[in-house]
Design a protein around this ligand. Structure first.
Ligand code: SF4
Ligand code: SF4
Length: 355
């Protein structure tokens, strides 16, 4: 595997107009100690990245639309040849914002939808009217021909709505639907007891396998459920089928389950480079180092790229090269990011043979 940065999420502000129950950065409207960096700093970071790589950049937050210069940053990145995307909660999207998205040539916008009805989504997002805001954003995106994809986050609180949300998304004209089972970081730590339990995890992923196999319109893939890559292989073998997977657009996934620090990373508002959005450990800082230095020399990234160093079940697993387990979940639940994925119940062949 070549370890080159293909997809970078960039937290351009930590401020947010919502207070979602699972927020990885515990964002709210006023954030102390983590101010937005300046537009000049943003240009410097973009110049630094393009001198080394050509990734997709997703302007994210917090809520990126709270930054007045969000479209200046997007335009600057685009002028340097980067494919710029935007991740928003949708509630601040207006006709005028859509014109600016088009004008800035943003390639894809991602939106969050965590319920098939307002009650569920608003409860998850901690704000009445959030569902209507997302639906309004979708209507406006369609009017302006802006391609969008939908991310849905699940815990046991809303998991019964997974099939309904999938059906709803199919009817909305989205390019892709990515379902995500919460990683307990940031405010997500407070809902530890709500995480999808290990036994149900495989059941949901197997349901998703049927969806992915049979739906040739909507692109679907569970995000950050690395053992889905194991399940796809197991199922395809069981069914003796040559299941052809379609290429994803502007997604973190594709070639392997967990890509943190391998093909993707997050730059946070303090310009710390983290392995991914849910992994609160810095590999280096762009005020002190170049992106290239962090990417190539960080000890943390080197450890994450050395699959032989993974421990316990993941370390012994025949699927480690295609799955790898979620390093952020291992870190959140055990304090050791090389430990086995806490939400996978697979016993690797080498361990079974020894028993
Ligand atoms: S560490 Fe977990 S949350 Fe981060 S990219 Fe890997 S699977 Fe996703
Ligand atoms: S044991 Fe680890 S590497 Fe193997 S399938 Fe489970 S999560 Fe993936």
């Amino acid at each position: 595997m070549e370890f080159e940065p293909k997809w970078i999420a960039w937290e351009i502000t930590r401020r947010c107009n919502l207070k979602c129950v699972h927020c990885r950065s515990s964002s709210e409207l006023a954030i102390e100690g983590h101010p937005d960096f300046s537009f000049d700093e943003a240009k410097r970071v973009i110049d630094d990245i393009v001198s080394y790589a050509s990734p997709v950049i997703v302007l994210s937050g917090g809520e990126p639309l709270l930054r007045e210069d969000v479209f200046d940053i997007a335009k600057y990145g685009e002028s340097k040849g980067l494919r710029m995307c935007l991740a928003t909660n949708g509630t601040l999207v207006t006709d005028d914002i859509c014109k600016k998205i088009v004008d800035a040539r943003i390639k894809m916008v991602s939106l969050s939808l965590d319920g098939a009805k307002a009650e569920t989504h608003d409860n998850f997002r901690n704000q009445e009217g959030a569902f209507d805001g997302t639906m309004n954003a979708i209507k406006l995106f369609k009017e302006h021909n802006i391609p969008f994809l939908i991310n849905s986050s699940f815990t046991i609180r809303n998991r019964k709505e997974i099939p309904e949300i999938y059906k709803l998304v199919k009817g909305l004209g989205a390019t892709a639907w990515y379902m995500f089972m919460i990683v307990p970081t940031g405010r997500g730590e407070d809902i530890m007891e709500e995480l999808i339990p290990i036994d149900l995890y495989d059941e949901i992923l197997e349901w998703h396998y049927e969806i992915e196999k049979n739906d040739d319109e909507l692109l679907t893939r569970p995000t950050c459920a690395p053992h889905y890559y194991r399940i796809v292989r197991q199922k395809a073998k069981e069914e003796n089928s040559s299941f052809k997977r379609r290429n994803l657009k502007f997604s973190t996934g594709g070639s392997k389950g967990c890509l943190a620090g391998q093909l993707i990373c997050l730059i946070d508002v303090d310009l710390d480079v983290l392995p991914c959005s849910y992994f609160p450990k810095s590999a280096g800082n762009l005020y002190k180092q170049s992106f290239k230095e962090v990417w190539e020399d960080s000890k943390l990234f080197a450890e994450m790229r050395d699959f032989k160093g993974y421990k316990d079940n993941c370390g012994s697993c025949e699927y480690v090269n295609v799955c790898g387990g979620c390093r952020a979940r291992a870190y959140a639940m055990t304090g050791d990011y090389l430990a086995q994925e806490p939400f996978c119940n697979y016993i690797p062949r080498s361990i079974r043979e020894k028993e």
